[in-house]
Design a protein around this ligand. Structure first.
Ligand code: TRP
Length: 450
């Protein structure tokens, strides 16, 4: 059977940036920055993007294009009869894990879009108001399970229709609009009175805040945001054609993604510090508490806010689609399931696994504060899948491409489109000698600090 491919190189860029840009940029990046000390975290995140991020991005899409397989198949093709395929399996499990709570947050986004539509954001001027709204919403179990369902359902529908018709159409039109709004909001926030406190939290590093956890979480934020470490980009790369020049694609997607995250911080932090009672450590709720305030302050805020949340829904959807695509491609390639069956079954799993995350906001005390870890279930899922699993996946991926498949083989795949890859020495250095030891050291330091 002929494997489907992207319609064109630009279609790949759009779909890959659709995967990368999502709640990771606008929800997770500000909340992680707030929890992990501000500017020092941002700095390590940026360095990680430039060093590991772009390099691993390139490694994943190269591996995918060469093998034309899902992550499990990719490892099996290059190293048959070995245990390497387990890294692919980890990726597939991780995809379902991330999807389960990501879809919960995506559901929140949908609801805030609806608030904007029916109520507007004019009223959200004080800490008590925004927090109350968030609290009464996030503890509404039925509503949240319904929203989770809607989101997983949307994702399953898009994935069932296949690569070309499903993913491409969605990404093409709406993202430029989101960019424009984000830039507008960022400028507004920076220029608002009292912005300087937030700006210095966000941009002036306090190096005493750095510890193993901050470093680990900053590196994994880079992986999360670029959709790396579990085979999303292996899968997306597998639909690429031989003529596309991979390094420029990797660079372009990474720059765009990082730009959006950076802008999100510029929207949130200047406003955050002007509302008394709010702190950067609000956790996953952060942007849902601060954004309504942002919209209450600007003229036309209700309109912009509504538009913003609905565009964020689309951005989240192109990301959840890329998450679901990983297990789906696996079941299609390796187990010969139909696309519909694969999407339906894996989607249902993610939905069921998402329910405890929904219930971790106070409805079920046990899930709100898990024994031993002392955290809500959703936060734990984010740490396990969004941080630890991704960094472990990235570690094995770097070792695999650097040593097992080998840099020379990877470079000849990159150069198969005739263009030379000028930065291959640096790339090889990062994959072989920089990424693996750095990741191991930081994982050990984190484990020791627990
Ligand atoms: N990168 C996406 C975001 O920032 C989320 C995402 C999609 C993802 N696919 C992934 C995260 C794979 C980690 C791994 O919202």
């Amino acid at each position: 059977m002929q494997r489907e491919g992207w319609g064109s190189k630009i279609a790949f860029i759009l779909a890959a940036s659709g995967s990368a840009i999502g709640l990771g940029n606008i929800w997770r990046f500000p909340y992680q920055t707030g929890m992990n000390g501000g500017a020092a975290f941002v700095l390590i995140y940026l360095v990680s993007v430039v060093s590991f991020g772009v390099s691993l991005f390139l490694a994943e899409i190269t591996l995918g294009r060469f093998t034309k397989r899902n992550p499990v198949g990719a490892f099996k093709t290059i190293k048959p009869n070995s245990k390497w395929f387990l890294v692919g399996i980890l990726g597939i499990v991780t995809a379902i894990g991330i999807l389960s709570y990501y879809a919960v947050i995506a559901g929140w986004t949908l609801y805030y879009g609806v608030i904007g539509l029916f109520k507007g954001f004019k009223g959200f001027t004080s800490e008590t108001l925004v927090k109350q709204t968030f609290l009464s919403f996030s503890t509404n179990t039925q509503l949240n399970i319904f929203l989770l369902f809607v989101f997983v359902f949307l994702t399953v529908s898009v994935v069932s229709f296949g690569i070309k018709s499903g993913i491409e159409k969605l990404t093409k039109t709406l993202m430029p609009l989101l960019f424009v709004i984000i830039i507008y909001l960022a400028i507004n926030s920076i220029l608002s009175p009292g912005a300087s406190k937030g700006l210095s939290f966000y941009l002036k590093p306090d190096f005493s805040k750095i510890n193993p956890k901050v470093v680990l979480f900053a590196i994994t934020q880079a992986f999360f945001s670029l959709s790396l470490g579990m085979g999303t980009m292996v899968t997306y790369g597998s639909y690429l054609s031989k003529d596309d020049y991979l390094p420029s694609s990797a660079l372009l997607v990474s720059i765009t993604d990082t730009f959006v995250a950076f802008m999100a911080g510029l929207i949130i932090f200047p406003i955050l510090f002007t509302v008394s009672g709010l702190t950067p450590k609000e956790g996953p709720a952060l942007v849902f508490i601060v954004l309504p305030v942002v919209f209450s302050k600007i003229s036309g805020g209700s309109l912009f806010g509504t538009l913003f949340f609905f565009l964020l829904v689309i951005a989240a959807l192109t990301s959840t689609v890329s998450l679901l695509e990983v297990p789906v491609a696996y079941f299609i390639d390796e187990k010969k399931w139909s696309r519909k069956k694969a999407s339906l079954i894996t989607g249902s799993l993610a939905f069921l696994l998402g329910i405890p995350s929904v219930l971790s906001f106070g409805q079920v005390k046990f899930l709100e504060r898990l024994p031993i870890v002392g955290k809500p279930f959703l936060d734990l899922m984010d740490i396990v899948w969004g941080n630890l699993s991704l960094i472990v996946g990235a570690l094995f991926l770097a070792i695999f491409v650097g040593y097992v498949w080998g840099i020379n083989n990877a470079v000849s795949e990159i150069e198969s489109g005739k263009k030379r890859f000028k930065l291959k020495k640096i790339w090889s250095f990062i994959l072989k000698y920089f990424a693996p030891p750095t990741i191991i050291i930081i994982l050990v330091a984190y484990a020791v600090s627990l």
